[in-house]
Design a protein around this ligand. Structure first.
Ligand code: NAD
Length: 310
């Protein structure tokens, strides 16, 4: 069988995958370009493979339709928005995610961005390096309200960390059912508009779906406090970037930090010119620990999907 491994950071812990794969007779194609593949490249690379461990490279209807031998797609991570799931289902291609492997890393980045927005740590440090001694008046997190939207693997970690630093935690997730978790961290579930209205730090941890696409828009930004911060470590498609620009420029909310963008890298975008907006280059899951867990889990998932019935 032939498999394709696309994630750029996979090679960092490749030996862990090879240890799992050594018992199988596999022809392995790796991504040595240092870049995410585009649709054209995926179309050609997937045309004769049996399985793929995929990062954020596009697995569109066209790519899947052309991949005649493809039986299994193992997502190196949690978000499935780059995979056409309906088409995969129709074609009988199995899809599995490396659930929870990067939850701690992404949640820690989200909370790091809470601190960054509150204390402007990087802007302060940059001012000193530029010969200045500029001090920005900050605000404390303790006693403030964290509004967590989406209580999956990452949202739950972020919620527990926020509770750990003395924040009041409220959350919205219509599909969440674990009352014991809510009790353990004293978290109150509320409707979306209440979370947006009451939260000082609104942190997004939902996938992009029809329901959540542009959930941060003109209307929802208007209900947020003027002093509130938006943190998006999930996906760019969750926030309408033009409306976010307007809200930040007009002071409708205090600031926003994203690890994701509708187009990555974003090129020139007016949001990047704002003092109260920061963007990190999709580093949420980019830690040594998450990398190792994602390599191991995505490899095991692929092997299970390809050989599990043998
Ligand atoms: P998950 O599937 O464990 O959790 C998603 C949660 O969202 C679930 O609890 C689900 O019930 C909830 N949800 C779904 N629709 C909702 C809605 N309409 N309103 C409110 N809640 C809703 O996924 P996860 O591992 O926690 O990951 C969350 C997202 O983070 C992923 O979809 C991915 O896009 C993103 N992510 C980003 C990075 C990064 O590097 N920045 C890394 C990993 C994941």
């Amino acid at each position: 069988m032939k498999i394709l491994i696309t994630p750029r950071s996979f090679s960092r812990s490749k030996e862990l995958a090879l240890e799992i794969l050594k018992d199988y007779d596999l022809d392995i194609i790796e991504n040595t370009t240092g870049k995410t593949f585009d649709e054209e490249q995926m179309n050609s690379l997937c045309s004769d493979v049996d399985g793929v461990i995929v990062g954020i490279d596009p697995m569109t209807e066209r790519v899947l339709g052309n991949a005649k031998n493809l039986k299994a797609i193992s997502k190196y991570g949690a978000g499935l928005d780059n995979i056409d799931i309906d088409t995969a289902n129709k074609l009988g291609i199995k899809v599995e995610r490396a659930v929870g492997t990067n939850a701690v890393s992404v949640a820690e980045l989200a909370i790091g961005l809470f601190f960054e927005l509150s204390r402007k740590i990087s802007a302060s440090a940059a001012s000193v390096k530029n010969g200045g001694w500029d001090r920005f008046i900050g605000c404390e997190l303790t006693g403030k309200t964290a509004g967590i939207i989406g209580l999956g693997a990452i949202g739950r970690k972020a919620a527990s960390m926020a509770a750990g630093i003395g924040m009041k935690v409220i959350a919205y997730d219509p599909y969440f059912k674990d009352d014991s978790f809510l009790k353990e961290y004293d978290i109150q579930m509320k409707p979306l508009d209440k979370v947006l209205r009451q939260g000082d730090y609104i942190s997004l941890h939902v996938p992009v779906t029809e329901e959540t696409s542009n959930m941060i828009n003109r209307e929802t930004l208007k209900v947020m406090k003027k002093t509130a911060f938006l943190i998006n470590t999930s996906r760019g498609g969750l926030a309408d970037e033009d409306m976010l620009y307007q809200a930040l420029a007009d002071g409708e909310i205090a600031g926003a930090a994203q690890d994701v963008f509708s187009k990555e890298p974003p090129g020139e975008h007016k949001l990047l010119g704002l003092q109260n907006f920061i963007l990190t280059p999709h580093i949420g899951a980019y830690t040594k620990e998450a990398n190792q867990r994602m390599v191991v889990q995505s490899t095991k998932n692929l092997v299970n999907m390809l050989f599990g019935d043998e």
